[in-house]
Design a protein around this ligand. Structure first.
Ligand code: 6PG
Length: 240
């Protein structure tokens, strides 16, 4: 177990995926009964596919659900690095095939231009997010708030006037598009989904920081309007 607040620990990634799918489906259904629609943001990377597949099978009025990403790599949608492709292949299947998807990626010459278009698209959504599932890297980034991002101050500002921002960070591999801190922090139900001992150690260290620049994940958790739930399981070998 862990001293981390709202820590939910599972025996395996698959157990976590099923439980998280139940909880997320429940939150989406509640949003639909309260407001007629539900808005969900999910993350990419290697951790989410089992959760995506479990969630895709949950019975729900998916036609009333809009899905978008917490962050996206600035790569075409048919790239293996595309989070939109990951979501299309693993989440927007089965029952969830009826959900609407809003792409952050746009085929532009620069990530700045693409972020401008994504900013407009996200600005039309019924914010705040009903569900936002974030991941975390072992460098302490979440969404695309990379510790070495050129515009880290802007990314971590709780009150920037943007919905989506471009990100250039050596640690990110390629330029990125990220929901902004004000959008992330307002989520009605925020989950941090992490697996493996290393990420647990990083999160514990981030929460224990009392000096120096705080890791981005810590800044997000500190500013979250509703305390994030931390879903953790040991890391397993698997193919996505
Ligand atoms: C992405 C993400 C990113 C991710 C973490 C964890 O596009 O990479 O959305 O923020 O959640 O990097 O990635 P892993 O699950 O691959 O460890």
């Amino acid at each position: 177990m862990s001293m981390i607040p709202n820590w939910q620990e599972f025996a395996s990634g698959q157990d976590l995926a099923e439980e998280l799918a139940d909880t997320v489906a429940h939150n989406l259904a509640e949003a639909i009964s309260a407001r007629g629609t539900a808005l969900m943001g999910v993350s990419g990377g290697s951790t989410p596919p089992p959760f995506f597949r479990a969630l895709s099978r949950r019975k729900l009025d998916w036609a009333r659900v809009t899905v978008t990403l917490a962050d996206e790599r600035f790569v075409p949608t048919d790239s293996e690095r595309s989070n939109a492709r990951l979501v299309a292949r693993h989440l927007l299947q089965n029952e969830a095939a009826r959900a609407a998807f809003v792409n952050l990626y746009h085929a532009c010459d620069s990530v700045e231009e693409a972020a401008g278009l994504a900013d407009r698209a996200v600005g039309t959504l019924p914010l705040p997010f009903d569900v936002l599932v974030l991941g975390m890297g072992t460098d302490g980034h979440t969404a695309s708030f990379f510790p070495d991002a050129e515009n880290l101050t802007e990314l971590l500002t709780p009150a920037s006037g943007r919905y989506v921002l471009p990100v250039h960070a050596p640690g990110a591999g390629e330029p990125r598009l990220s929901l902004s801190m004000p959008v992330v922090r307002q989520a009605r139900f925020m989950v941090l989904h992490i697996e493996g001992a290393k990420k647990k150690d990083v999160l514990e260290a981030a929460l224990a920081q009392d000096a120096g620049p705080l890791l981005p994940v810590r800044v997000v958790l500190d500013h979250a309007a509703t305390p994030a739930q931390i879903y953790w399981a040991p890391k397993e070998d698997r193919r996505t």
